[in-house]
Design a binder for this molecule. Structure first.
Ligand code: SAJ
Length: 395
């Protein structure tokens, strides 16, 4: 087994496969990552991962390298970011395919797991292998299988979730399905590569469109003087309505990114998906405006900003709408900011203060993340405060 890319998906996959008895070569272009893993340690935050990696490395079933090693199966799990112009950057998939091509042998299976635009398995991975003299689909088998794990539950979901597997031809699909059946307890569902690629993008676009609907409602409700939380609670009593929760915007590395992969291929058709992205991206600005309106009524306003992470009960601040909002409030000098984030000790741009301090001093309480810790705040502590609750935790 050779796993290329030892990040949030590659490293858990490599250590899980090692725990199931596979001999795994992990590959990463970062010498620091390779060295860390070979000491049995990890460079990312994920529950239980360190002990999995430690026992795999110490049991000699997992070793990290800078270059791919000959193997029966290659799994590519490298990042596929979007560029500033919202176009996908597939350079790391291409580089990974080029790196493995010289060590791939007849009979090997190559699987792409990175979230990718429709056609990538065929147009990038299989093409590069063909350029190196292989015959994809005949002497080497090539398939796509999206990861769908939730950060924080990766090791559980890698085993329990159903997987969608699609090859570039039926022989490739068959080989890839067999591979996943060896360690997945969920159902392994066979399709073709293009469908499998699109399934992943569809799942995350579905979430994005539905969150955008909730976010749009929250803005309409504020205009109408209606509580969006009560509105959604009541509307959801209809047997076929299930509205998601509005928030300060959509963060994370998946839901706010993957819909662009669909938009990029067919901008003239993917109008709803693009609009949803724009609605969710605009929500932080709307929140900032609301805070500005409230602060304008006060002299020397003090604003408690509750939460920085992109969602509840995680310490991940990357691509977080909460961080974007606090940055904007800071740049606009809207007032004195008291930033609370129980999951981090410090932040380069903001002083982090204890929750109690912030609540005691604030005129405005701005809820940005629905952390459990915040939900436990007694309602008396919020009396006489102006409350802007983007997550609806203090109803
Ligand atoms: N959010 C809302 N309202 C909601 C639900 C979420 O505003 O009703 C916000 C969250 O606060 C957060 C963002 O959306 O900012 C994304 O959070 P999430 O918990 O929905 O998703 P992620 O990014 O942690 O993980 C997602 C998962 N995908 C889906 O739920 C469709 C996960 O299963 C995927 O594997 C992962 O993306 C991925 O890698 O694509």
């Amino acid at each position: 087994m050779c796993v290329v890319g030892l990040g949030y998906i590659g490293l858990p996959t490599a250590s899980l496969l090692a725990s199931r008895g596979f001999s795994v070569a992990g590959v990463d272009t970062s010498a620091a990552v390779v060295a860390t893993i070979n000491q049995g340690r990890i460079h990312i935050v994920e529950p239980d991962l360190e002990s999995f990696v430690q026992s795999a490395v110490h049991g000699a079933r997992l070793r990290a390298h800078l270059t791919p090693q000959p193997s029966d199966v290659f799994v590519i799990a490298v990042p596929t970011p979007i560029r500033a112009d919202k176009k996908p950057d597939l350079s790391m998939v291409e580089a990974a395919a080029r790196a493995i091509a010289p060590v791939v042998r007849a009979g090997n299976l190559v699987i792409l797991e990175s979230t990718s635009p429709v056609g990538t398995t065929e147009e990038v991975v299989a093409r590069v292998l063909a350029e190196h003299g292989h015959k994809p689909g005949e002497d080497v088998f090539v398939a796509y299988c999206p990861e769908r794990v939730l950060p924080g539950r990766i090791l559980t979901e890698l085993v329990e979730n159903d997987r969608v597997v699609g090859g570039i031809n039926p022989a490739s699909t068959e080989r890839a399905v067999e591979f996943y059946q060896a360690f997945v307890r969920g159902e392994v569902l066979a399709t073709d590569a293009r469908t499998a690629e699109m399934v992943k993008l569809t799942e995350n676009s579905f979430r994005d469109v539905n969150i955008a609907f909730a976010n749009e409602l929250s803005m309409l409700c504020a205009r109408e003087g209606v509580s969006v939380w009560e509105l959604i609670r009541l509307a959801n009593r209809h047997p076929r309505v299930k509205i998601l929760n509005p928030g300060p915007g959509v963060g994370g590395h998946c839901i706010a990114v993957d819909p662009w992969f669909l938009v990029d291929r067919a901008p003239e058709l993917a109008r709803l998906i693009r609009t949803a992205r724009e609605v969710n991206d605009a929500k932080p600005h709307w929140v900032v405006q609301r805070v500005q309106q409230c602060a304008a009524k006060l002299r020397d306003p003090v604003i408690a900003c509750l939460g920085l992470s992109f969602k509840a009960d995680v310490d991940d601040l990357r691509e977080s709408p909460a961080v974007e909002i606090v940055h904007a409030l800071q740049a606009l000098r809207v007032g004195r900011l008291l930033v609370v984030e129980p999951h981090v000790k410090s932040h380069p741009d903001f002083e982090i203060v204890p929750l109690e301090t912030a609540l005691a001093q604030a005129d405005i309480v701005l809820v940005l993340v629905d952390h459990k810790r915040f939900k436990r705040v007694p309602r008396e502590a919020l009396q006489e405060k102006i409350l802007i609750d983007t997550r609806g935790i203090y109803l």
